[in-house]
Design a protein around this ligand. Structure first.
Ligand code: SAH
Length: 469
């Protein structure tokens, strides 16, 4: 499930070989292994070799493969390349294998010199087959032993009747398409089929039962979409909850904010539709009502919509408004909490939010000014000792915020900290006081998102050994 960012030059595809000519050069056991893989595809296999292993000999005698009995030279191969789909080279002469591979490469015919990925243009993955279901494992030729070990594990977990299930699904594909023209509807029916008793029936070969179950799902008009309001945490994907991860893997559509970075989005199902609805300063992409309408519209169309939000959906995340809109429209929804910026940033910066010595309470406030530039807060309850104040969206109004706290009774030496891009590899932490904090932000070009933490807990900061895990 975990996406990988590392590069590989190998691209797995599933190639049609039925009726195609394939050359296998070599007649020993290694060649025989490849022939065993090729024969079930219906390929026309020609084996070029002076001699054949007993196994290949039998196949040749039965007319399953064609044996060309020659001491293979470059010219022999060149002569046979036209109209040839693939070439396997498996003689026990490495130098010969290489020179023949070069001939194929020059003619642009895909070639695999067995155990020699350096001169090959394709390699054969470790295969697990259950009828039409094939699972191929490749390590890009780097570690065939590892590939085979993985295949053994896959063998263990794939149910034996899998081909029956695949056959059933193939048989029902066209009839289902006729009844449900919309691909997303079909996908939903199939997923419910696979999640429910349908898959067990098909796996055990009870085709009639499986068909009845599919019919039942088709006629079930409750195939309504739903919306999941999910908190994705402050940035580090390690802080995603298991519930968030599962829903990210199940969603048809994802509506996400600008707080959701590519590291998090990587975990969303690959073919889910992704829609950016974030608000960039001075450039509102989609107003809140627009987002609410979009959630309702898509759920009504049967989609499973993931509304992915930075931190926690109910902390300065407008999750409450979206939930109300869904309630009004009668759309089923789920809420998954996330680690809010306060929790994440405090932990990764090593600043406790409460402390027995100095902070018996912790207040989360917004520093976001109204459109007219004003910000009204209950300063008399905020500018207090023995509590920590965490300010979300406080960067733009930082000088005003610090001045207000001082005007309402806190000293200029009162400790304060900024956590920029908390929990990400770019995290920066600056500590100072109410007097120094605005200048610190300017000097260091602190950017959004930044969290402000104010209170004596800042003096208790202990840098974790590893700031970003
Ligand atoms: N629902 C979110 C908050 C959204 S408001 C939550 O629970 O965390 C957006 C503000 O959150 C930002 O302006 C910033 O103050 C804070 N924030 C979010 N992610 C942050 C991060 N990784 N580092 C620092 N601050 C962050």
């Amino acid at each position: 499930m975990q996406p990988s960012s590392s590069k590989t030059g190998w691209f797995p595809i599933v190639l049609r070989l039925d009726g195609e000519r394939v050359l296998v050069i070599g007649g020993g056991n290694v060649a025989a292994n490849k022939v065993q893989l090729l024969v079930p595809t219906g390929a026309r296999v020609e084996v070029l070799s002076p001699a054949l292993s007993p196994e290949l000999q039998t196949l040749a005698e039965d007319g399953v493969i064609t044996h060309v009995q020659i001491d293979v030279t470059e010219a022999d191969v060149t002569a046979r390349l036209p109209g040839c789909r693939l070439v396997y080279i498996a003689t026990n002469d490495n130098a010969l294998n290489r020179s023949l591979a070069a001939v194929c490469q020059a003619a642009n015919v895909p070639v695999c010199a067995v155990d020699d990925p350096g001169v090959s243009s394709f390699i054969t993955p470790a295969l697990t087959t259950r009828g039409e279901v094939q699972v191929a494992v490749s390590t890009g030729g780097a570690a065939p032993v590892l590939a085979r070990r993985l295949r053994a594990k896959i063998e263990e977990i794939l149910p034996a009747g899998l081909h029956k299930l695949a056959d059933f699904m193939q048989t029902m594909r066209l009839p289902l398409r006729a009844k449900l023209p919309n691909p997303s509807d079909r996908r939903q029916v199939w997923e419910r089929f696979l999640d429910g008793r349908g898959s067990h029936l098909a796996l055990s070969g009870d085709t009639a039962g499986a068909e009845r179950e599919l019919d039942r799902l088709l006629n079930d008009h409750s195939l309504q979409g739903e919306v999941w309001l999910v908190g994705a945490g402050p940035g580090d994907p390690n802080l995603l909850t298991l519930a968030a991860l599962r829903l990210m893997q199940d969603a048809d559509t994802v509506l996400y904010d600008n707080l959701i970075g590519p590291d998090i989005l990587n975990y969303v199902r690959r073919d889910a539709e992704r829609i950016f609805v974030g608000k960039r300063r001075n450039r509102h992409t989609l107003p809140q009502e627009g987002i609410n309408d979009e959630l309702v519209r898509r759920a009504k169309a049967g989609e499973r919509v993931l509304r992915l939000k930075g931190g926690d959906p109910f902390i300065f995340g407008r999750g409450g408004e979206e939930m109300e809109a869904l309630m009004e429209a009668g759309i089923p929804f789920r809420i998954v909490p996330g680690i809010s910026a306060a929790n994440g940033c405090a932990a990764y910066a090593g600043i406790p939010l409460t402390h027995r010595d100095c902070a018996q309470a912790c207040l989360f406030i917004t520093g976001h000014a109204r459109a007219d530039g004003t910000l009204e807060l209950a300063w008399e309850t905020i500018a207090l000792r023995r509590q920590t104040v965490v300010i979300y969206m406080g960067l733009n109004m930082l000088p005003f915020l610090c001045t207000q706290l001082k005007t309402h009774g806190l000293p200029g030496t009162w400790p304060a900290a900024l956590v920029e891009r908390g929990t990400t590899p770019q995290q920066r932490v600056f500590t100072g006081t109410l007097d120094t904090l605005p200048d610190l932000a300017t000097q260091h070009d602190v950017v959004s998102p930044t969290l402000v933490i104010i209170g004596e807990v800042v003096n208790h900061r202990v840098q974790p050994t590893q700031e970003v895990q």
